[in-house]
Ligand binder design. Structure first.
Ligand code: 5AD
Ligand code: SF4
Length: 349
């Protein structure tokens, strides 16, 4: 097993059977070794600085009906809100003062956020703060839309592929959504020049180790700049209400594998990971993650952006408590890196 990890660290790739074995048969000593290697490569590339991104949840309206998500359109009990441009700009002001230099505008696929409106919003943020990076996480949009938003100043886009397996993707999504469409959006974003984020949940109902291997192979093919991996957490108003959450250990294994596959990638210790386990954020960093995304949404909407139950938005997960985050990172030998943290390739070792 150690030999597999060494080879992954050296070649940044394994074959399907080998990934399967690493995930399936990861005993304690392999787990420790895998994480050590992932941390070593992360520290070699990025040092002990952890990039921070301010997350602004701009709308809880969504036209989609993904089976796993609390914001699915058929959830009539979800509280819907939409931030105004001024509210979003106020969040940026707070974030900028706290030292953040990346804002992530995330939301459901809300038709009220037309291209026109988003272009104007992105321009206003860039006018006010020319030195920040704007990341969008607003789902599937047209090529024209993606192009206009890039021209307006957005430079990064998060669009998790969710499941590389056709079969699992169809199980998790309604018939009007397709893996093919998802992937063509990701291709479009890359072609335009965005730094693109992919990723998936760990432990979503129906997911097997084979599916995870497919996710890894797909990401190897697309070579994303950012990779978001977090545990599935059930939401009570979905058909997966009584499903078990994803496993912490398995999530950490996947984080470490991804770090070794993509040494330069920006990999967050996700909010879902911190929600699943009080030590999740630290454990994520100690498995190779190098980004955290404190919540910058107005306090009164945070509970409404409920993609899964009990989503953490306080303490070190929020922008008000960056000091706690700093302390938490210090306790494991890391610190916040306030720079923009764009994707860079460091060349072959
Ligand atoms: N548990 C964990 N993550 C979820 N997401 C959606 N629903 C859940 C859930 N129940 C993730 C999806 C989406 C991202 C914004 O949140 O992967 O891409
Ligand atoms: Fe909408 Fe995203 Fe939730 Fe799917 S996962 S229902 S697209 S907010």
């Amino acid at each position: 097993m150690k030999e597999l990890v060494n080879r992954l660290a050296r070649d940044h790739s394994l074959d399907a059977n080998e990934y399967h074995k690493l995930i399936q048969d990861c005993d304690e000593s392999t787990f420790d070794y895998l994480r050590k290697k992932a941390v070593a490569i992360s520290v070699q590339r990025f040092g002990t600085g952890i990039y921070v991104r301010g997350l602004i949840e701009i709308s809880s309206f969504c036209r989609n009906n993904c089976r796993y998500c609390g914001l699915r359109c058929e959830n009539r009990t979800a509280e819907r809100y939409r931030l105004s441009d001024d509210e979003i700009l106020s969040c940026c002001d707070i974030g900028y003062d706290a030292g953040l230099r990346t804002f992530v505008l995330q939301g459901g696929e809300d038709v009220a956020f037309t291209d026109e409106r988003l272009v104007s919003l992105v321009c206003r943020i860039k006018e006010r703060y020319s030195d920040v990076a704007i990341t969008l996480s607003l789902g599937e949009r047209s090529m024209v839309s993606y192009k206009q938003l890039y021209a307006a100043g957005a430079s990064r886009y998060l669009l998790r592929h969710e499941a590389a397996s056709q079969e699992l993707y169809s199980y998790l999504h309604p018939d009007n959504m397709s893996l093919q469409n998802r992937l063509s959006c990701i291709e479009n974003l890359k072609a335009i020049g965005y730094q693109v984020g992919m990723g998936m949940m760990i432990g979503v109902p129906g997911q097997t180790v084979d599916h995870l291997v497919e996710d890894l192979l797909l990401m190897k093919e697309y070579n994303p700049h950012m990779i978001g991996i977090g545990p599935f957490i059930p939401h009570r108003e979905t058909s997966f209400a009584s499903a078990s959450p994803g496993d912490l250990r398995q999530t950490l294994i996947l984080l470490s594998i991804v770090r070794l596959m993509f040494p330069d990638a920006l990999v967050p210790a996700t909010t879902a990971l911190s929600t699943l386990d009080a030590e999740g954020r630290k454990q994520g960093v100690l498995s190779g993650a190098n980004v955290v995304m404190p919540n910058l949404s107005p306090a009164d909407v945070r509970d409404k952006y409920s993609i899964y139950n009990n989503k953490l938005s306080i303490g070190a997960a929020s922008v008000e408590c960056m000091n706690l985050l700093e302390q938490e990172l210090n306790s494991i030998g890391y610190q916040i890196d306030y720079s923009r943290g764009d994707y860079k390739t460091y060349g072959n070792e």
